[in-house]
Design a protein around this ligand. Structure first.
Ligand SMILES: C[S@@+](CC[C@H](N)C(=O)[O-])C[C@H]1O[C@@H](n2cnc3c(N)ncnc32)[C@H](O)[C@@H]1O
Length: 356
């Protein structure tokens, strides 16, 4: 008995996470949008696939690994064997292996950045110089704008799905109410009743709190930078205008483009309109602290090496841990009696499919 307990403790005690940051107060006021979709698509399309060596040399390698661990945990918590999955804003298919480990039966990945969809195809199929890992599930990759295209119509012969995943991307839909609604309508429309909408995105509470704590309109550290425009010099955001609150985001060696705050209470209320009920939301610090307690996830943390081995060069830095604090995870469940929502804006959007 005691040896069993001792064994368990050693798993829980190691690896050690830094303490969570103090949770922010909820910000109570929020307040526009320009056409930035093109910029976002180009930014992500133009990011080249890194080699393993380039990736390991990244100044935020431990943060990238920690983010991957968070996504893996979320996927493993909510995916059952043989589930079908739709990955909204799938990027370069960085989660394909995670879905393989979760033993899904079918995968559809969709992204606005054509270059990223092509890279995802290469990751799945391999290319002339690299034979890919062979995945145990069939996949379809589609180049489309997930926040304007009606995905249920595009995928009417394939859905509904058990899991809808949107990792590090939902905030791009908050450029306008139309896009935020379309994102949620899509997530709901492609899901089976009882299915899960899982995701990760910036934590607007933390961002607004940090903005208010800083003298100017800019904050960050060696890993990231957030900059608001003069329009927000009062640092007040109207609850009645929760969409289109843009800031410029830079994450070293990863992202440099406009992003939008997602006011969570509004997000939750909108999701409910589309038959999606909140299961949980959690800042990454709390999410990490909670799930590192589970031996298999602690073991996974060691395998992915997010915390490193403790030497000054090989460990999650304080700045990386502080950068993790600006993100959160969320899960919604599709109600079995979800309302039938009709698309209000039926503008036809262009998409092109790429079968892999
Ligand atoms: C930070 S990356 C995350 C990629 C991937 N989900 C991951 O976790 O590795 C954000 C992704 O959102 C995509 N994106 C942004 N706006 C989009 C839209 N309207 N429709 C589809 N994808 C979009 C970008 O092209 C980019 O691939």
């Amino acid at each position: 008995m005691s040896s069993h307990r001792h064994k368990k403790r050693s798993v829980l005690n190691e690896p050690l996470l830094p303490p969570p940051a103090k949770l922010p107060r909820t910000y109570d006021e929020l307040p526009a949008t320009d056409d930035s979709q093109q910029l976002i698509a180009e930014h992500y399309s133009n990011r080249s696939n890194q080699t393993v060596q380039e990736r390991e040399a990244s100044p935020i390698i431990h943060l990238k690994k920690l983010n991957n661990w968070n996504k893996s945990v979320l996927i493993q918590l909510y995916t059952k064997k043989n589930d079908s999955v739709i990955d909204i804003a799938c990027g370069k298919g960085g989660d394909l292996i995670k879905w393989d480990k979760a033993k899904v039966s079918y995968y559809v990945g969709i992204d606005l950045a054509k270059g990223s969809i092509e890279d995802a195809g290469t990751r799945y199929n391999g290319d002339a110089s690299h034979k890919s890992k062979s995945f145990s599930f069939p996949a379809r990759l589609i180049h489309a704008d997930c926040f304007t295209v009606h995905l249920d119509e595009v995928l009417q012969d394939e859905g509904p799905f058990d899991i809808c995943s949107c990792q590090f991307a939902l905030h791009y839909s908050w450029a306008s109410e139309e896009e935020a609604r379309a994102a949620l309508q899509n997530a709901s429309a492609v899901l089976n009743p009882g299915g899960y909408f899982i995701g990760t995105m910036p934590d607007a509470n933390v961002i607004v709190r940090k903005l208010r704590e800083t003298d100017g309109l800019e904050f960050g550290n060696a890993c990231y930078n957030v900059k608001f425009g003069d329009k927000y010099k009062e640092k007040k955001f109207l609850r009645s205008e929760p969409f289109g609150i843009q800031y410029q985001f830079h994450l070293e060696d990863a992202v440099s483009c406009p992003e939008w705050l997602v006011h969570f209470p509004t997000f939750q209320a909108l999701a409910k309109e589309y038959g999606l009920e909140l299961v949980f939301k959690k800042n990454f610090h709390d999410f990490c602290h909670e799930h590192i307690k589970t031996p298999i996830f602690a073991e996974l943390m060691k395998i992915v090496g997010a915390l490193g081995h403790g030497s000054s060069r090989d460990r999650l830095s304080d700045d990386e841990w502080d950068a993790a604090y600006i993100y959160m995870a969320f899960v919604f469940k599709k109600l079995s009696f979800a309302p039938e929502k009709v698309w209000e804006n039926s503008a036809e959007a262009v998409y092109s499919g790429l079968l892999v």
